[in-house]
Design a protein around this ligand. Structure first.
Ligand code: HEC
Ligand code: HEC
Ligand code: HEC
Ligand code: HEC
Ligand code: HEC
Ligand code: HEC
Length: 495
């Protein structure tokens, strides 16, 4: 330390007072907490805006506060110096002479105190970090990500870190994600988050750099069989299933025949498109570049514009699989599943219809929704013991898929994989997209192009398989090709 030297008075001496010492200590501890949080956050799986809030709105102000106290101490010391005829002696404690045993003890104690305080700060920020990361905190305090997080927990990707899809490998994207994280902090504090959070369709990193780190784009899937279980909206909740053979196929001749649904996957050919809305639901322009490099443009009727190159997107996995991790079930889909699992007893008269009706209503809050479900079903089925588990099942569907605070539910987020509740494949395969001379239309727009219906109906009909496929027997009556499925099917068919 500085030798005692009578009159000499440097600027640093102004800090030699208790106020400044304590202030500096506070500032150092704040800075330490800030750095620790910064490191935790950098290693984290996903930007948690609350960590940012803690960094910039708790740790940083502590640093500023500490520096302020230091400065106040310095001012007081300066005044004292001015008041005294000759400059006052700086605080004794700070004039340490290592040859004095007492001073050495003071130094040791000081050192120990600093180490303990740093330790406490480290443990404190670690715990508060884990607290804001925890599902408990997020469930009760951070409503912002709750819908996506809940859907994610129930998705096939529940074990895949958020960053695998939202950031991906490489420093550049990591930095981008962190900068984006700063915007989130500001939005969080100003409570200016958009509700619902818009799907980041345009801002997602290309699938090649995220999904394809795990999925092998050339893989040949062949035909995939899927059974869609439904219960009609009649009194008997008539079971109605569709057994499909989906022609998923593949896109690389080294692994199987090229063709089918995965033919789009950019191995030999390229599909580009222009969407006129933010959510990519309206696609009036499509360009195909085939393996030989021949380009073909398809336009929806009435679309005459020449799209600007900036508006042209290249199709990838996420243009079909856009909800692989955050799928909010539509009311009828969820109720059908619960009935097929027996969670809702399908022998309760008209239960399917009533449950879907309750789930298609808007409620001001989650609590109100859960209460309305219980009250309404209890009223509709008095003295019926089987209604209790059914109520619990409908409430569970509501909690997992509807988030009134964030206005998030299946309706807020189009799902592009099929064509029943959303236009999906029919955004392009509607039989309307044609070349300008009208000679060629996007093929694969008939009912057997993408799948075969192996069996459909109820009971014994489901065992009458037809490998060549059969025409769709629509329970809602004859289909008019000019009406898209989603014009009637919106989470349940409007009565
Ligand atoms: C398997 C990949 C994948 C994983 C893992 C994943 N996401 Fe997503 N996420 C997506 C895709 C794809 C979209 C864009 C959806 C669209 O365009 O419709 C998205 C969209 C979002 C959105 C925007 C709102 C919305 O619903 O569209 C938020 C917020 C979000 N994800 C948060 C998270 C969080 C938090 C986690 C981890 C708990 C996570 N994501 C994990 C793929 C993923
Ligand atoms: C970190 C690795 C990883 C990444 C990144 C990833 N996935 Fe997956 N995905 C998996 C695994 C593992 C499964 C299989 C889960 C199972 O069946 O148990 C899976 C399953 C799937 C399935 C089948 C879902 C089902 O219903 O069984 C689809 C479709 C899919 N992923 C699409 C995507 C898309 C699209 C992306 C990019 C947005 C993506 N994945 C990113 C690992 C990943
Ligand atoms: C043209 C739309 C489309 C594109 C593009 C597409 N897929 Fe698919 N994919 C489908 C359909 C439809 C299925 C059948 C399963 C279904 O209907 O849910 C499927 C099936 C799958 C499956 C098997 C799902 C299961 O349940 O086991 C995986 C995995 C998968 N796709 C991954 C990908 C990946 C990765 C990409 C990008 C490289 C991709 N897909 C691109 C439409 C598409
Ligand atoms: C952005 C527009 C677009 C979307 C969305 C789209 N497709 Fe396609 N698809 C095309 C184009 C363009 C072709 C090539 C048509 C041609 O050659 O005439 C094609 C071809 C196909 C083929 C025929 C492949 C072959 O063997 O030649 C199938 C099957 C197919 N699509 C299924 C689907 C399914 C299923 C979905 C929804 C999950 C879907 N497509 C969504 C644009 C699209
Ligand atoms: C461009 C490809 C394509 C065409 C054309 C197509 N479908 Fe589909 N369809 C799909 C895909 C993909 C799914 C699976 C969706 C999923 O996995 O959720 C599907 C699912 C279905 C289902 C089951 C839905 C459910 O929830 O029960 C029915 C029924 C169906 N399609 C009927 C038809 C009929 C009728 C036509 C002709 C008007 C048709 N499809 C034309 C791609 C297509
Ligand atoms: C004009 C309106 C309308 C159109 C268009 C329409 N549907 Fe339906 N659909 C209905 C009605 C009404 C029912 C009977 C609902 C019930 O009893 O549950 C129904 C029932 C169904 C069911 C069985 C039960 C259920 O609710 O899921 C399937 C599967 C289905 N439709 C698929 C399709 C497909 C695929 C398309 C497009 C190719 C389509 N529908 C177009 C009105 C329509």
């Amino acid at each position: 330390m500085k030798p005692e030297s009578g009159n000499e008075n440097s600027r640093w001496d102004l800090l030699r007072n208790w106020w400044s010492v304590i202030g500096l200590l506070i500032a150092v501890l704040g800075l330490f907490a800030f750095l620790l949080l910064f490191i935790y956050d950098s290693l984290a799986r996903f930007n948690n805006p609350y960590v940012g809030v803690m960094m910039y709105f708790v740790a940083f102000p502590v640093v500023v506060f500490g520096l302020l106290v230091t400065a106040i101490g310095a001012v007081i010391q300066h005044r004292r110096n001015g008041a005294a005829a000759k400059p006052q002696e700086p605080v004794k404690l700070l004039t340490i002479n290592l040859s004095h045993l007492r001073d050495r003890h003071v130094l040791e104690i000081l050192f120990a105190v600093v180490v303990v305080l740093l330790g406490v700060t480290a443990v404190g920020s670690y715990h508060s970090y884990h607290f804001v990361e925890s599902a408990q905190f997020c469930g009760s305090v951070c409503h912002v990500m709750e819908p996506e997080n809940t859907a994610y927990q129930h998705s096939p990707h529940a074990q895949v870190a958020c960053t695998e899809c939202h950031v991906g490998p490489g420093v550049e994207w990591f930095v981008k994600a962190k900068i984006n994280g700063m915007h989130q902090v500001v939005a969080m504090v100003r409570n200016s988050y958009s509700r619902p959070i818009p799907p980041p369709v345009k801002h997602m990193r290309p699938a090649r750099e995220t999904c394809e780190q795990c999925h092998w784009s050339k893989k040949f899937y062949g035909n995939m069989e899927k059974v869609y279980q439904h219960y009609l909206a009649d009194e008997k909740n008539t079971h109605y299933a569709v057994r499909l053979s989906l022609k998923v196929g593949g896109s690389d001749p080294a692994h199987g025949p090229v063709g089918g649904i995965h033919w789009h996957m950019n191995v030999a050919n390229k599909i580009e498109f222009v969407a006129t809305d933010k959510e990519h639901q309206v696609i009036p322009w499509v360009r195909l570049t085939d393996a030989k490099g021949v380009k073909t443009e398809f336009r929806a009727a009435g679309y005459k514009d020449t799209p600007s190159p900036a508006a042209i997107q290249t199709m990838d996995c996420m243009d079909c699989h856009n909800r692989p991790a955050h799928n909010f079930d539509a009311p009828d889909t969820a109720v059908d599943l619960a009935m097929s699992l027996g969670k809702i007893d399908p022998t309760l008269p008209s239960i399917g219809k009533h449950a879907v009706a309750l789930l298609t209503k808007d409620y001001a809050s989650k609590k109100e929704g859960l209460e309305a479900i219980a009250a309404s079903l209890t009223g509709q089925y008095p003295n019926e013991p089987r209604i209790k588990p059914a109520i619990a099942a409908v409430q569970e569907i509501y909690s997992h898929n509807f988030f009134p605070d964030m206005k998030a539910n299946w309706k807020a987020y189009p799902d592009n994989i099929g064509h029943k509740n959303w236009p999906g494949c029919f955004r392009c395969h509607d039989g309307q997209h044609a070349t300008t001379d009208g000679k060629r239309k996007i093929k694969a727009s008939d009912c057997n192009a993408c799948h075969l219906i192996l069996a459909q109906g109820t009971g014994v009909e489901l065992s009458q398989l037809n490998a060549a496929g059969q025409p769709f027997k629509h329970p809602g009556g004859d289909l008019d090709p000019s009406t898209k499925c989603n014009e009637c099917h919106s989470g349940g068919v409007a009565p």
